[in-house]
Design a protein around this ligand. Structure first.
Ligand code: ZN
Length: 235
């Protein structure tokens, strides 16, 4: 996603100072152009746009922390509810198949299928709502916000590698795999939400990964909207 990275580049004052241009003789972008593009992205993808600027141009952040956290919480609650519902219905249909077997209107194979489905729904379900959830959502927000940014690339997802001729080349940051977010260990995350490391792995790593991934997709979607508005051709 060259365009996305180029936009991030533009939002980063450090690379602005390096005088990066759009290349191909195209006119140079101004800070106003970028601000207008972010405005456009905010209209369609408010959370994504906020996350985009928080990491690369924090002075452009405009949502309050509670508003931002509320948006992340809504994403989490919707998915939590969906998984609980799936678990409930899988449990119901397993009981139904059990009962039908008694009356010989279901086969053992039907019961096996229903049992497998129930097992799958149980594995996919997230921990019950409670105080730990607030800690988890705070942790995710912390990691997404500039506080959790990768120290190697300063949250931009890219590093500048010096070349022999004195120029510097832009390269993907290997430390955060271009996400710009510090890749915290499971142990540190477990500590942050006050659970054991094994409880983290067993119950909390999955929702953490899913919710962070959704936020990351929103950020990328906002970047796509902004870069399209700036006239970058999608590649
Ligand atoms: Zn990095």
């Amino acid at each position: 996603m060259g365009n996305f990275e180029e936009l991030i580049c533009w939002l980063n004052p450090q690379s602005l100072r390096l005088g990066v241009t759009r290349g191909g003789g195209a006119p140079t972008l101004t800070a106003q152009d970028v601000a207008a593009a972010i405005g456009k992205a905010r209209g369609e993808q408010p959370l994504g746009a906020e996350l985009l600027v928080m990491r690369s141009a924090p002075e452009m952040a405009s949502l309050s922390a509670p508003t931002r956290r509320g948006m992340i919480r809504d994403i989490a609650l919707r998915e939590h509810c969906k998984r609980q519902r799936a678990l409930f219905f899988a449990g119901e249909s397993r009981l139904t198949e059990d009962l039908k077997l008694e009356y010989r209107t279901a086969t053992r194979a039907d019961v096996r299928v229903a049992t497998q489905r129930h097992k799958g729904a149980r594995a996919a379900a997230w921990p019950k709502l409670g105080p730990k959830w607030k800690l988890l959502l705070d942790l995710i927000d912390f990691e997404l916000a500039s506080h959790g940014k990768c120290a190697v690339c300063d949250g931009t997802g890219a590093v500048w590698v010096p070349r022999a001729d004195g120029l510097r080349l832009r390269a993907d940051c290997k430390s955060c795999l271009t996400t710009g977010v510090e890749q915290a260990s499971g142990r540190r995350r477990a500590e942050a939400i006050k659970v054991s490391e094994s409880a983290w792995r067993q119950s909390w790593a999955l929702p953490h990964e899913w919710i962070s991934g959704e936020c990351e997709s929103a950020r990328r979607a906002a970047a796509r909207i902004a870069s399209k508005w700036l006239g970058f051709v999608d590649d």
